[in-house]
Design a protein around this ligand. Sequence first.
Ligand code: ADP
Length: 185
Amino acid sequence: MMGPPGAGKGTQAAVISAMLGVPHISTGDIFRANVSAGTPLGVEAKRYMDAGEYVPDGVTNAMVRDRITHDDCRPGFLLDGYPRTVEQVGELNAMLASASQKLDAVLELTVDLDEVVSRLVKRSSEQGRSDDTEDVIRRRLEVYFEQTAPLIEMYESQGLLVQVDGLGAIDDVTGRVTAALNIEA
Ligand code: ADP
């Protein structure tokens, strides 16, 4: 599941993974859980997250590698917010190859910039996420367009990309996703 911050990846990934009966693996959620629990990983990740930067690839890759080798991932899994860099793509390919698994689809939720900014500003007042302040939001968007947006073209050239309009009501977006991926709701 790809798309800029505020595209609704987490919301849609939760619904879709439940429909598919596979784990929803959100790197952002795992980092936040570690921050809350005060683990060494959380302490390290927080420095980057609060600045709107990506957590270093080595840390993120090791975390995903560990997570997708759990038994519950054997039937499949939905990745939300990973991979986000070219290096992560390479690592993910290696992880999948060694587990004889493959990507079925890369779903991009498309949203315009004004909409994501207004959603993130709204979320900051509702949830108080420490990376939803105006400066940090701006940086997260910059980092997304610099480092992650290029991956979309790459997956498109591999024939894996499925684009879905992320604007509108949550249920409407879910309907578009299930239709695009041929998932029976
Ligand atoms: P958003 O997509 O709205 O930025 P997430 O919850 O997915 O929110 O991610 C929050 C933060 O967690 C990111 O800004 C980044 O610091 C870190 N993060 C999440 N996934 C990755 C990743 N694949 N690589 C590096 N950092 C990540």
